[in-house]
Ligand binder design. Sequence first.
Ligand SMILES: Nc1nc2c(c(=O)[nH]1)N[C@H]1C(S)=C(S)[C@@H](COP(=O)(O)O)O[C@H]1N2
Ligand SMILES: [Mo]
Length: 230
Amino acid sequence: MEAPDKLQRIVEARMKLKARFEEKIKQTPSVADNKPMGKGDVNRHGMPVLPVGQTITHKWPVLDLGIEPDISLKEWRLIIDGAVEHPTTLTWEDFMALPQTNDTSDFHCVTTWSKLNINWNGVRLLDLAALVQPKETATHIMCYGYDDYTTNVSLEEALKPDVLLVHTVEDKPLPKEHGGPVRMITPQLYAWKGSKWISRIEFLTKNKLGFWEERGYSNTAYPWRNDRYS
Ligand SMILES: Nc1nc2c(c(=O)[nH]1)N[C@H]1C(S)=C(S)[C@@H](COP(=O)(O)O)O[C@H]1N2
Ligand SMILES: [Mo]
């Protein structure tokens, strides 16, 4: 665990961020929509388990740009910078010393498969944000992968408690083909919003489009609105 004063700083900053984004988060479609599109029981954030147009898969397909970067834990770094008070670069040891979260969530790929109830271990984006403290002007993040992938996410989505940078899936290290050593997951958005092999999180004061967003995928990517393309 981190030095107590650092941990205390994260806990305080986390509470402030929660308060600052609470209202905006409550208004996001995957929490607020009263006619969400999909079927099945209601999930923990009030949406039908299976979003419209999706089919359940038990396998876990691999989607990438044709490159699967090989990053050893020794050389792995995570840069967090942009519109923040305390830009930082984390080593593997730094990252693993941050508060760790275990969560089970669903994975909805825009190519119409959904994989339900995946158990993950990792660090909340919220806790990483608390570490660097986004400036008042920050509105979005751009996530970068070691394969030069990019994807943009608004802060009201990124700061939800189920958005994690995961290193472990079903109690095993995240396999390289799924983005190991560390990837992001965005259970309430289509899965392309979660960068595999994540290398950098840049806080932005203005939205910018990532790799797929520039190529016609939706900026917002709401599964229960069938919000696939722009
Ligand atoms: N760095 C990086 N992240 C990425 C991608 C990628 O090509 N590179 N593909 C995205 C897409 S389109 C999807 S659907 C998911 C797929 O994750 P999986 O291969 O683990 O199923 O990762 C997303 N994150
Ligand atoms: Mo995808």
